[in-house]
Ligand binder design. Structure first.
Ligand code: CND
Ligand code: ZN
Ligand code: ZN
Length: 375
C-alpha cells in the first residue's frame, strides 16, 4: 500500500542532549511539502562530524536526528519536484546545491548559500521540520538527517545516482570519501610527482590519500598518533607513516627535514587547532599548499604570524572536498562503479541501524574507519 501523502511512523536515532547516547525512538515523518523529497534510508555511514555534534564541538539545535552520509530510495515527492521520482536511488547532500545563489553560479566555489551548516537552523528550507517524537518537533541536521528509517530533504539536498549502485557502499560518497578525495584532487589540486602529508587517518584522511595517489603524488607521508591506522594507509597509497609520539621534536620539523623544507601539499584531517598549525608548518614556506579539512572546535581560533603566508605558502580549506554536490555525486558514483577508486577498504564495520551507539564507540576508540549502518 502506498505511503505517499501519509505520515510514516518509523524508528530514528534521536539525540535529546549533547554528550548522551542516542535513543532509538518511534517518530512520525510527515509527507514532503512542495520541493521536498521523502527518502527511505537504506544505509548510512558514521562520520566524526556527527560525533562533533554529539560532543557539542559542532553546535546544532536539539533534539535532533543526526547523520549526513547516507543513501536511500525515494519514497515520495512533494509538488514541483522534477529531479527525482519515487523508486530512484539517491544520496542526500549535506552541502546542498540550489543552483541559483552566487556561490552555485561561481565556477570554483561550492558552499551553496542555502546550506544549513554555517549557522544551523536545524530545519528544512521553509524553517520547519517533518519529524515529531512524543508530540515534540525534532530538528534536522545539515539538510540530511540520515539516522532515521525515513527522512525528508529539500530537493536541492538530494541527487539521483546509478540505479545499479550498492547503497551500502556508495553512502560514504555522501561525505567521507568525497570530502577527502576532493580535498586532494580539487581543492589542493595535487600534482604528479609531488610530496604530500596527511594528518589524521580516519575515513576522510584515508580518502585524501586515495586522492593524492590518484593525482600521481610521488610521496605521501601519513601522520597519526594511532599506529593501528598505518597498515590501511599504506594499502591505500601512503609511502611513509609517522607517529608524532615517536619523536621528541615537533612533527612539522621532522617532516621539513624529510622533505627538503616542507611538502608541496599538506592536509589536516583531524579537527584540532594544534594539528592545523603543524600541517600548515609542514608545507613548504614558499611553494606549499595546506588544506584544512577537519572541523575545528566551535568558536576557537588560531593566532597566525602573516609571515607564514608572505613567502608564498597557500592556506585554504573546503567543505565536501570543494565539490558542487548535485553535479559531482552522480559522477563520483559512476567513477566508483567503473572501478576508478575503491570504497571497500574504508568500510571496516557493518552494523544494523539499532546498534548506532556501538558504531560511535568504535569510532571513538579508533577501532573503525567507517561503520556503515544498514536499515
Ligand atoms: P576520524 O576520527 O575517523 O579520524 C581522525 C584521525 O585523527 C584518527 O585516526 C585519530 O587517531 C587521528 N588523530 C587524533 N588526534 C590526533 C593528533 N593529535 N595527531 C595526529 N592524529 C590524530 O575522523 P573522520 O576521518 O571521520 O573525520 C576527520 C575530520 O574531518 C573531522 O574533524 C570531521 O569532522 C571532519 C570532516 C570535515 C568535512 C568537510 O566537509 N570539511 C566533512 N566531514 C568530516
Ligand atoms: Zn562527514
Ligand atoms: Zn546555492
Amino acid at each position: 500500500m502506498s505511503t505517499a501523502g501519509k505520515v510514516i511512523k518509523c524508528k530514528a536515532a534521536v539525540l535529546w542532549e549533547t554528550k548522551k547516547p542516542f535513543s532509538i525512538e518511534d517518530i512520525e515523518v510527515a509527507p514532503p511539502k512542495a520541493h521536498e523529497v521523502r527518502i527511505k534510508m537504506v544505509a548510512t555511514g558514521v562520520c566524526r562530524s556527527d560525533d562533533h555534534a554529539i560532543s557539542g564541538s559542532i553546535t546544532t539545535p536539539l533534539p535532533v536526528v543526526l547523520g549526513h552520509e547516507g543513501a536511500g530510495i525515494v519514497e515520495s515527492i512533494g509538488e514541483g519536484v522534477t529531479s527525482v521520482k519515487p523508486g530512484d536511488k539517491v544520496i542526500p547532500l549535506f552541502s546542498p546545491q540550489c543552483g541559483k545563489c552566487r556561490i552555485c553560479k561561481h565556477p570554483e566555489s561550492n558552499f551553496c548559500m542555502k546550506n544549513d551548516l554555517a549557522n544551523p537552523r536545524g530545519t528544512l528550507l521553509d524553517g520547519t521540520t517533518r519529524f515529531t517524537c512524543k508530540g515534540k518537533p525534532i530538528h534536522n541536521f545539515t539538510s540530511t538527517s540520515t539516522f532515521s528509517q525515513y527522512t525528508v530533504v529539500d530537493e536541492m539536498a538530494v541527487v539521483k545516482i546509478d540505479a545499479t549502485s550498492p547503497l551500502d557502499k556508495v553512502c560514504i560518497i555522501g561525505c567521507g570519501f568525497s570530502t577527502g578525495y576532493g580535498s586532494a584532487v580539487k581543492v589542493a589540486k595535487v600534482t604528479p610527482g609531488s610530496t604530500c602529508a596527511v594528518f589524521g587517518l580516519g575515513g576522510v584522511g584515508l580518502s585524501v590519500i586515495i586522492g593524492c595517489k590518484t593525482a600521481g603524488a610521488a610521496r605521501i607521508i601519513a601522520v597519526d598518533i594511532n599506529k593501528d591506522k598505518f597498515a590501511k594507509a599504506k594499502e591505500l597509497g601512503a609511502t611513509e607513516c609517522i607517529n608524532p609520539l615517536d619523536y621528541s621534536k615537533p612533527i612539522h620539523e621532522v617532516i621539513q627535514e624529510m622533505t627538503d623544507g616542507g611538502v608541496d601539499f599538506s592536509f589536516e584531517v583531524i579537527g584540532r587547532l594544534d594539528t592545523m598549525m603543524s600541517s600548515l608548518l609542514s608545507s613548504h614556506a614558499s611553494c606549499g599548499v595546506s588544506v584544512v579539512v577537519g572541523v575545528p572546535p566551535n568558536s576557537q581560533s588560531l593566532s597566525v604570524n602573516p609571515l607564514l603566508l608572505l613567502l608564498g605558502r597557500t592556506w585554504k580549506g573546503a567543505i565536501f572536498g570543494g565539490f558542487k554536490s548535485k553535479d559531482s555525486v552522480p559522477k563520483l558514483v559512476a567513477d566508483f562503479m567503473a572501478n576508478k577508486f575503491p570504497l571497500e577498504p574504508l568500510i571496516t564495520h557493518v552494523l544494523p541501524f539499532e546498534k548506532i551507539n556501538e558504531a560511535f564507540e568504535l569510532l571513538r576508540s579508533g577501532k573503525s574507519i567507517r561503520t556503515v549502518l544498514t536499515f
